[in-house]
Design a protein around this ligand. Structure first.
Ligand SMILES: [Zn+2]
Length: 225
């Protein structure tokens, strides 16, 4: 029994001894594989988080930097608009250095016309060409009912030969607001039929109203974005 007991461990020991080189080789292969895997994984891992980390600040920084530079207002050009849908031009603007005369059918003589007559059917709406404040709303024999509007920046327009007064002095009007209706109330121009007699002054000097009527004149204003 004793000899058997001592023989079996000695067999196992002999097996270990005979195969030690093989076992060592297997162990070494496993160890090398483990090291290679560990190195590979440790190399790959930082690459993945690096990209988003490197990318995010670049994307964030410009948007943060842009915010303080973004303007809160912007400049826009607001154009004057025709005060009515007219069917034709009657007496033109003739005032100026050349002093050109135009014949008045009503007064039956030649005169300088410091306005433009815009023909339209009686009752056609007359609108403010631009924002402004009504500085006069009254009537006279020669001009009929008329409204003067200070459009700011020293531009003042007078809308004559209106059918009635629907605005009053001090009224604040917006561009496009109806301020009256076309009629033939201007006795001085009665023979010309229903029309709007439109005068425009800049710095109290008469100017040709047509560039305003045609929407060629504008004012640059700052508006909130
Ligand atoms: Zn006129």
């Amino acid at each position: 029994m004793n000899s058997n007991n001592t023989k079996q461990p000695s067999k196992f020991t002999r097996f270990l001894r005979n195969n030690a080189a093989l076992l060592l080789l297997i162990f070494c292969v496993l160890a090398i594989t483990a090291v290679v895997l560990a190195v590979t994984l440790s190399k790959n891992e930082p690459v993945v988080p690096d990209d988003p980390v490197a990318g995010k600040p670049e994307e964030d920084k410009p948007s943060d930097a842009d915010k303080p530079n973004q303007p809160t207002t912007q400049k826009v050009n607001v154009y004057f608009a025709s005060p009515l849908q007219y069917t034709g031009v009657g007496m033109e603007y003739t005032f100026g250095p050349d002093n050109i005369m135009v014949y008045s059918q009503t007064l039956e003589h030649w005169l300088t016309h410091k306005a433009v007559d815009l023909k339209a059917e009686a009752g056609t709406a007359v609108c403010a060409m631009f924002d402004g404040t009504v500085t006069k709303a009254t009537q006279s024999y020669g001009t009929g009912y008329y409204v003067t509007i200070d459009h700011g920046d020293n531009v003042v327009a007078t809308y004559q030969s209106l059918a009635d007064l629907i605005v009053k002095e001090g009224d604040v009007v917006k561009k496009g607001d109806v301020i009256g209706y076309v009629s033939d109330s201007a006795e001085y121009e009665f023979m010309d039929g229903p029309h709007l007699h439109l005068e425009v002054t800049v710095n109290k000097e008469y100017v040709d109203p047509m560039p305003y009527v045609n929407g060629e004149k504008y004012r640059t204003v700052e508006v909130a974005v």
